[in-house]
Design a protein around this ligand. Structure first.
Ligand code: GUN
Ligand code: ZN
Length: 434
């Protein structure tokens, strides 16, 4: 058989809207004996096995029963040069940056180190079922080169950018307003829109950028409106106070990014925890995307993200790991901690909404729902295969699970990389291959 078609058989779950509650069955498609037909990196069809198989396309059948197939997970905020920072003890944000993170990121000036770590970083994403991420690279152009080179080698839909940081950081970890602009420009022309790569203009946060640099970042945003912009916002009280001292004229933290023209629907604002009423209104008007980073917010003691409050303003929140402030690459573990942060505020994260969030929801936040986040025909074949009984403890609990929602909740609370049975990127199996 010369066909390059694959027919993946198993239980199939795909969302077409955000579930409003447990009874909202119109928001998703779930098929017990389902299939996904894949060719040339894209999904040709998905649905009932009999229906998809009856299309008569010659295909190699891969039987994943009894596992559950869904769109690959999307991580909307992660730091590539922090693979060896994760699990660094005892500090909150600013001390954590100065003590652990900045010294580590210096090592990415070396192209060899960046290349080796990029390979390991992408291995971790795949192991945890993440097929798309928006990542911060280090200040060095080499780190972004390594990142995009490795993403292209794997044909992954990845967003990334070199961080812009020209002050309040050690020598060797600072660019200048001009060099940051020039390097970003060069990276955009080399990588943005090449294959599946997308560039994010990445001022790290207001503390490490001079006004001149933020102005340059605003120029980049204006010159490249189809690029994303990613930064950090209102994560920690000491950070907010220091930021206010550095930008005394700004009405508030978000007002700085607003003043320099950084806000748009493509702006990703990591953390967005401690916000005032004016900032909420600016978020609403700009349609910028707050990014919830649960494991990081707990690990660094940063605070509790007000998901319901932001959603109540009509905002679209994304969710992410924030490794290495975050403590797991797993979007399942991210949902686990997210559930608990919302519990502390009397808010709920139902498993149907949770799994929508890490797939189609994050795709919507990134403006990429035409390519990722669902199993719709025509989208990229980025697929995760989940084993809900991956550990003894999960198998034991699953003996008493009767509904899809119960099964999803077991994955949401107990799942991690062990629950990822297989991952397809652009139609190619990644786990069995390695
Ligand atoms: N704020 C500025 N840089 C960082 C970072 O690397 N991690 C986190 N969590 N917050 C930041
Ligand atoms: Zn971050």
């Amino acid at each position: 058989m010369t066909s390059n078609h694959l027919l993946l058989r198993g239980r199939v779950l795909s969302f077409n809207a955000e579930p409003e509650g447990p009874e909202d069955t119109a928001a998703y498609t779930y098929v017990e004996d389902g299939a996904i037909l894949v060719a040339d990196g894209r999904i040709l069809a998905s649905g009932a096995f009999d229906t998809v198989a009856a299309q008569g396309v010659a295909a190699e059948v891969i039987d994943h029963r009894p596992h559950l197939m869904m769109a690959g997970f999307i991580d909307t905020h992660i730091h590539f040069p922090q693979v060896q920072v994760i699990a660094s003890w005892g500090a909150q944000l600013l001390d954590w940056l100065n003590t652990y993170t900045f010294p580590e990121e210096m090592r990415y000036a070396d192209a060899g180190h960046s290349g080796r770590m990029a390979e390991r970083f992408f291995d971790q994403l795949i192991a945890h079922g993440t097929t798309t991420a928006a990542a911060y690279c280090s200040v060095h152009k080499t780190s972004a080169e390594a990142y995009f080179t490795e993403a292209a080698r794997r044909d992954m839909r990845m967003i990334g950018g070199k961080v812009l940081m020209d002050r309040n950081a050690p020598e060797g970890l600072r660019d200048t307003a001009k060099s940051g602009y020039d390097d970003s420009k060069a990276l955009i022309s080399e990588w943005h829109g090449k294959g599946r790569a997308l560039y994010a203009i990445t001022p790290r946060f207001a503390i490490t950028s001079s006004p001149e640099q933020l102005e340059m970042a605003g120029t980049l945003v204006a010159e490249h409106p189809d690029c994303h912009m990613q930064t950090h916002l209102s994560e920690n009280h000491d950070e907010i106070a220091y930021t206010a001292a550095l930008y005394p004229e700004a009405p508030d933290y978000l007002g700085i990014y607003e003043q320099y023209g950084l806000l748009s629907p493509r702006a990703l604002l990591g953390h967005s925890i401690h916000l005032g009423a004016r900032e909420l209104e600016v978020l609403r008007q700009s349609d910028a995307k707050p990014v919830f980073c649960p494991t990081s917010n707990l690990f660094l003691g940063s605070g509790l993200f007000d998901d319901a409050g932001l959603r109540g303003q009509g905002l679209t929140n994304a969710i992410a790991t924030d490794v290495g402030g975050g403590t797991s690459y797993s979007m399942l573990q991210t949902l686990n901690e997210g559930y608990k942060i919302l519990q502390l505020q009397g808010q709920k994260l139902h498993p149907l909404r949770a799994f929508h969030w890490i797939t189609r929801g994050n795709a919507l936040a990134l403006g990429l729902e035409h390519d990722i986040g669902t199993l719709e025909a025509g989208t990229g074949a980025d697929i995760v295969v989940l084993n809900s009984a991956a550990t003894d403890a999960m198998a034991l609990r699953m003996e008493r699970a009767e509904t899809l929602s119960e099964e999803l909740f077991v994955l949401q609370i107990m799942g991690d990389d062990r629950a990822i049975a297989e991952v397809y990127v652009a139609g190619r199996a990644q786990k069995s291959r390695s």
